[in-house]
Design a protein around this ligand. Structure first.
Ligand code: SF4
Length: 259
């Protein structure tokens, strides 16, 4: 696929998702600090559980840099219990907060002033902060133009033959960053829309018949698993299901009939 069609597809995907779902108003959080804490707590859990944990932190009046640096890790773990993996996450929050005080004297404004690339490097050096969490913090808390990749993003791109199954975080991110204008609002909305799509439609078992992306031009969505020819929009395709997982493969009519 050439670069301009890749770009066109990414733009089409955005437009269609936005038309279907509208603005997503991300990130749900009342302050920069709350967004950062949410980004760490949301690892491997759903947002409802994070909200409960954040509520506990607010009730205990520790949802602030000062509050989290002072609270003992065991007590913190108890408060964030609803978010799951609470002992690990309590340590991760402590790691972040110690980093914040060591590097920026506990001041998020100072942290925010650091240029994107350096700040990203620093965040990634904090134990327990991986690329997705770092980029969520950069985009949603600090409004820096970086694209957040998650499992839903990979699933969508893989199913539309834009990436290989084992492509890593940074190569998936490059697809967006390399083809789209680096714009905070746009990246914010795009990622949120992909999450919405992944939760409601492009699930493990995709509901393609309900999906706004199911008839993209030519469409690069469905490729015959046998002859590897892309199938035209209206062309009949025959699903070859492999379990409940990631893979959803199709045969074109000729391969299906063994011609
Ligand atoms: S549900 Fe189907 S059409 Fe929609 S994004 Fe997923 S694979 Fe594509």
């Amino acid at each position: 696929m050439n670069e301009s069609s890749r770009k066109e597809i990414l733009i089409q995907v955005y437009k269609r998702l936005y038309t279907r779902f509208g603005p997503q108003h991300w990130w749900p959080g009342n302050s920069q600090f709350e967004i950062i804490v949410g980004a760490i707590l949301t690892q491997n859990t759903n947002w409802g559980n994070v909200e409960k944990a954040i509520k506990n932190l607010k009730r205990a009046r520790v949802l602030s840099p000062k509050g989290l640096i002072e609270i003992p890790v065991k007590k913190l773990a108890k408060l964030i219990r609803p978010s799951g993996y609470f002992n690990i996450k309590a340590k991760r929050l402590k790691n972040f907060i110690e980093f914040l005080f060591k590097e920026y004297q506990g001041d998020l404004k100072k942290m925010e002033q650091q240029p994107l690339t350096e700040l990203r490097q620093k965040l990634l050096s904090v134990n327990g902060i991986g690329p997705e969490t770092a980029d969520s913090i950069l985009l949603y808390a600090f409004e820096k133009p970086i694209f957040v990749v998650d499992a839903y993003t990979k699933r969508l791109l893989y199913r539309h033959h834009l990436i290989d199954e084992d492509d890593d975080y940074s190569s998936v991110q490059k697809i967006f960053m390399g083809h789209l204008k680096a714009d905070v609002k746009f990246f914010n909305e795009y990622h949120a829309l992909i999450v919405r799509l992944g939760k409601e439609i492009c699930k493990k078992k995709p509901l393609c018949h309900l999906c706004p992306l199911n008839n993209l031009s030519y469409s690069l969505i469905f490729k015959c698993s046998s002859c590897h020819r892309y199938l035209l929009n209206q062309e009949e395709r025959f699903p070859l299901k492999r379990g409940e997982g990631f893979l959803l493969q199709y045969f074109c009519p000729r391969c299906f009939k063994g011609e």
